[in-house]
Design a protein around this ligand. Structure first.
Ligand code: H79
Length: 438
């Protein structure tokens, strides 16, 4: 008997769910206006007015090897680059359009160079491809929910030509899956209203995708929005429902399950500041400590974190982002055992932080100091050993005199005497590796 869809999905996503942490890269012409990748939508910019950025585009400091080193040093295991965003500009040498990076002053196939550099660093690679296209003449414009020309009657289009757009879109996806070697992830964005599922000729597209690259991991947006939903959540997912749910700018309060309560693969995509594309005045960066805790939160709920950078018009990842990623990487280097290959523990969320787990190893991620010994609720007699993960040093499991009221719990502390209070070795997240009795 053949495998069920869910069994195949489990197999395809095995590496993905172990890797847990990836880099999202939003890059395109919108790096020049530097007001985010939705600038054409929010400022209702026509193709003609957007053309100045195409004519000017020349990222002379694009060095994907440096990007790859940044990702790797941050502890990221995979990366996803925007091959085409909603503005329709292609970062690859498509034969189906002139609207591509090889026709700009830069003259480079930015996707190919990205793939080469990231593979070279041993990272898995994926491409983001926008189902939406604000540049293509056959994509609905006037009256569409999101198109920059949605209010401009001159952009009323004959719906019968939409098929030409679909041929173009299917053709470009075929190019990406044929001419660029093995891709690990394909990240489609996004469905809305009537623009979902078979409107994209999704079954046909999936047949192409699965015949060209059967192992590729797909997001769920051929039939889901940025807010998500879609048939991946049902007990009988469709052929095009994708391999993972993709909550955007939110970490799901209790992870993601289907409507029978089974955990489904998921990846939260999150920006470092408040823009995906480069925002020159957006300085709302999250602290490294926040990113560390949010990564832990995702893993503690069986999810991944795809953390975004928006390189600038010259091709550089903003220095603020690089610095945050360096600090995150310094933590991951010492504490990665509590992230990679880990998932949810069966224990409830503890008061002081979160748990992640791999086999009989339970990782206590301590965000908040205790008074006296640290409480491990419900673990009396179950903790064989406790070590500080970052340096392997011994910690002290014991029952000081003031714990006798809590017979079901275990306790440990960072130093002796165990009854006293000690500062956390790492205020961002102190990870304690607990070996449990089987
Ligand atoms: O590529 C990134 C975003 O550009 C894209 N998905 C991620 C990965 C995305 N597409 N849609 N959305 C995000 C959500 C859309 C929100 C909207 Fe709006 C609210 C569209 C119109 C109102 C945000 C706020 C964009 C314009 C105003």
């Amino acid at each position: 008997m053949g495998q069920t869809y869910i069994e195949q999905r489990t197999e395809r996503t095995e590496w993905f769910l172990k890797d847990r942490f990836g880099m999202f890269i939003h890059w395109g012409l919108y790096a020049i206006p530097a007001r985010g990748e939705w600038v054409r939508n929010s400022e209702r910019i026509s193709n003609e007015d957007y053309q100045v950025y195409f004519d000017e585009f020349n990222p002379v400091r694009y060095d994907p090897k440096a990007w790859a080193k940044t990702a790797k040093a941050a502890g990221m295991k995979y990366a996803v680059l925007t091959a085409k965003h909603h503005d329709g500009f292609c970062l690859f040498d498509s034969k189906l359009t002139d609207y591509k990076s090889t026709n700009t002053k830069s003259g480079r196939d930015l996707v190919r160079e990205f793939l080469d550099a990231f593979r070279e660093e041993g990272l898995k690679v994926g491409l983001y491809y926008s189902l939406i296209d604000w540049h293509h003449p056959d994509y609905p414009a006037y009256g569409d929910e999101h198109h920059p020309m949605r209010d401009n009657e001159a952009y009323k289009r004959d719906p019968s030509t939409f098929g030409r757009y679909l041929d173009y879109m299917h053709g470009q996806i075929r190019e990406l899956l044929t001419d660029y070697g093995k891709l690990d992830i394909m990240w489609f964005d996004f469905s809305y209203g009537e623009m979902k599922g078979e409107t994209w000729r999704a079954t046909e597209l999936m047949e192409t995708i699965r015949s060209l690259q059967p192992h590729i991991v797909l997001d769920n947006r051929l039939d889901a929005s940025g807010g998500n939903g879609g048939s991946i959540h049902t007990s009988n997912p469709s052929f095009y429902s994708g391999d993972f749910a993709s909550p955007e700018q939110i970490i799901p309060p209790s992870g993601v399950t289907d409507n029978e309560g089974r955990s489904i693969p998921w990846e939260a995509c999150v920006t470092l500041n408040n823009n995906w594309g480069y925002g020159s005045t957006d300085k709302t960066y999250k602290k490294a400590g926040t990113i560390i805790r949010k990564l832990v939160e995702c893993v503690s709920k069986n999810g991944n974190l795809l953390l975004n950078v928006g390189p600038d018009a010259k091709g550089e990842i903003p220095l603020e982002s690089v610095r945050i990623l360096e600090e995150v990487g310094e933590w991951v280097l010492r504490n990665g055992d509590s992230i990679y290959g880990c998932g949810q523990s069966e224990l409830p969320k503890p008061e002081w932080g979160r748990y992640t787990r791999k086999g009989n190893k339970l990782y206590a991620h301590i965000f908040e100091e205790s008074i006296g010994p640290v409480n491990l609720a419900g673990l009396a007699g179950r903790v064989k050993q406790a070590r500080l993960l970052s340096d392997g040093s011994e910690l002290f499991v014991s029952r000081p005199w003031n714990t006798e009221m809590y017979p079901n719990d275990a306790f440990f502390n960072f130093a002796r005497p165990e009854v006293l209070t000690y500062p956390l070795p790492d205020e961002r997240d102190t990870v304690v590796e607990l070996i449990l009795e089987d």
